[in-house]
Design a protein around this ligand. Structure first.
Ligand SMILES: C[S@@+](CC[C@H](N)C(=O)[O-])C[C@H]1O[C@@H](n2cnc3c(N)ncnc32)[C@H](O)[C@@H]1O
Length: 226
């Protein structure tokens, strides 16, 4: 990772702009083939902020899932939004899944900046980076708790999932079938799994193509099993 300029720790425009330095720096370094395979198209600040503003419910304790977190701009926008609210949460706990170690380096820095902002606002902050395949990890978790349900881990999730077809005979597809998810694209798999990891009074904000809403192609994906 390139050295972040000192100004980043105190950028007048806020946390999201500071994180945007990471987005630009990381995008320069991403391998083009890997970028397509992993759907590494990182969200620009205005979109991240719009998404954060869509979380409406005031919660005392927030447990946020960011699956396919990239450099962490969605979490940064979420944290910025919470720290600016009049009625702030008491705590924010983030679990960020990101499979690419190049991006988790930046993500670590983003979460450190989030911690500083939360501390300034009097919000307790906890963060965990999981550098694993989100599909595999979520499926394992759902299967493990099938007969012994434990308390749900998350009450908010923010996603810009990777968009890529999944072959019908692939391991990913087989894993998804073990939790009754039948879908042909990674993005619907991410949304379905994230929804399953939420408790009943939760909020999910995701970037998805419009094709999710109509037509037969994503019909199984729209019927999310609980
Ligand atoms: C569309 S990008 C969005 C990144 C970030 N959320 C943002 O909004 O800028 C999708 C991200 O998911 C990651 N990813 C792809 N497949 C993954 C998997 N199976 N498990 C975890 N992360 C994955 C990619 O490396 C990439 O960073």
């Amino acid at each position: 990772m390139s050295q972040a300029p000192a100004i980043l720790s105190n950028h007048p425009k806020g946390l999201v702009e500071r994180t945007d330095f990471f987005r630009v720096d990381a995008t320069r370094k991403l391998d083009p083939i890997r970028r397509t395979t992993l759907g590494q198209f990182l969200t620009p600040p205005p979109v991240a902020r719009l998404m954060a503003s869509m979380f409406k419910k005031r919660r005392e304790h927030i447990k946020l899932l960011d699956a396919g977190a990239g450099v962490g701009v969605l979490t940064a926008a979420f944290v910025e939004e919470m720290t600016r609210r009049k009625n702030k949460p008491a705590s924010v706990s983030v679990t960020a899944f990101e499979i690419d170690p190049l991006l988790t380096e930046y993500l670590t820095e983003t979460l450190a900046l989030c911690r500083v902002e939360c501390e300034k606002a009097g919000i307790k902050f906890h963060a965990e980076i999981v550098c694993e395949d989100f599909i595999e990890s979520a499926v394992n978790q759902l299967n493990a708790t099938l007969f012994t349900p434990t308390a749900s881990k998350f009450n908010c999730t923010v996603l810009n999932p990777p968009y890529r077809k999944i072959n019908s005979d692939s391991r990913t597809r087989q894993l998804l079938r073990t939790v009754d998810i039948e879908t042909s694209n990674l993005y619907t798999a991410f949304v379905a799994l994230a929804a399953r990891l939420l408790d009943s009074d939760s909020e999910l904000v995701a970037i998805t193509p419009r094709s999710f809403c109509n037509g037969p192609y994503f019909k199984p994906g729209r019927r999310l099993p609980r």
